[in-house]
Design a protein around this ligand. Structure first.
Ligand code: AMP
Length: 214
């Protein structure tokens, strides 16, 4: 099963993508996580990506597309994968479609986790992340057991630079301009499904399971 998660930054698509990956035993491919891992390791890609990410801008397509195309060709993707944060532009969606067409495949579902803008800013300002293991929390809806400390690895939690308010506003306008057109793109291909992302996390996941089956 090959799934794309769509939705504004902070809509909860990452949390849902992780659950889908666990439930259906397919890899979770997050371009944001890949860039953050590169930043942490100090790679050339990481240095270039950080310039854009810190401003809330998108990393250019030429740095992003090959990365994903290489990843989805790996053996663990043979039974499918869930893409989280990619595609984010029409050229990225076209690159993905062309790469899959070339091997006689296509995406099965694009799931839009729909949340109005008003909700997003509050949600994102409460987000906390562990830079060591990648776990994410929310001070209200998914708090860690011990305040400010990662449940999984015990490292301190931080607010990501790109979750700060000014950056969030910028990311939202980038989302509306560049990523929202993907909703029509996948609607035209008849694989778009929408879930109400304002519902509690478990309900959103149940709605997704109803779409994907089993
Ligand atoms: P995310 O963790 O998915 O919210 O991504 C964090 C940041 O990484 C975004 O604000 C972008 O700067 C960058 N990024 C992640 N995925 C992409 C993508 N598919 N295209 C361009 N930039 C991306």
């Amino acid at each position: 099963m090959k799934i794309i998660m769509l939705g504004a930054p902070g809509a909860g698509k990452g949390t849902q993508a992780k659950q889908i990956a666990d439930h259906y035993s397919i890899p979770h491919i997050s371009t944001g996580d890949i860039f953050r891992a590169n930043i942490k390791q100090g790679t050339e890609l990481g240095k270039k990506a950080k310039e854009y990410m810190d401003k809330g801008a998108l990393v250019p397509d030429e740095l992003t597309c090959d990365l994903v195309m290489d990843r989805i060709k790996q053996d663990d993707c043979a039974n499918g994968f869930v893409l989280d944060g990619f595609p984010r532009t029409i050229p990225q969606a076209e690159a993905l479609e062309n790469a899959l067409n070339a091997i006689g495949q296509k995406m099965d579902f694009a799931i839009d986790v729909d949340v109005p803008d008003d909700n997003i800013i509050g949600r994102m300002s409460g987000r906390r992340a562990c830079l060591n293991c990648g776990a994410t929390y929310h001070i209200v809806s998914i708090p860690p057991k011990k305040e400010g400390i990662c449940d999984k690895c015990g490292e301190p939690l931080v607010q990501r630079d790109d979750d700060k308010e000014e950056t969030v506003k910028n990311r939202l306008s980038v989302y509306h301009e560049q990523t929202q057109p993907l909703i029509n793109f996948y609607q035209e291909r008849d694989i778009l499904r929408t879930v109400d992302g304002t519902r509690p996390m478990e309900d959103v996941f149940s709605a997704i399971q109803a779409i994907l089956g089993a």
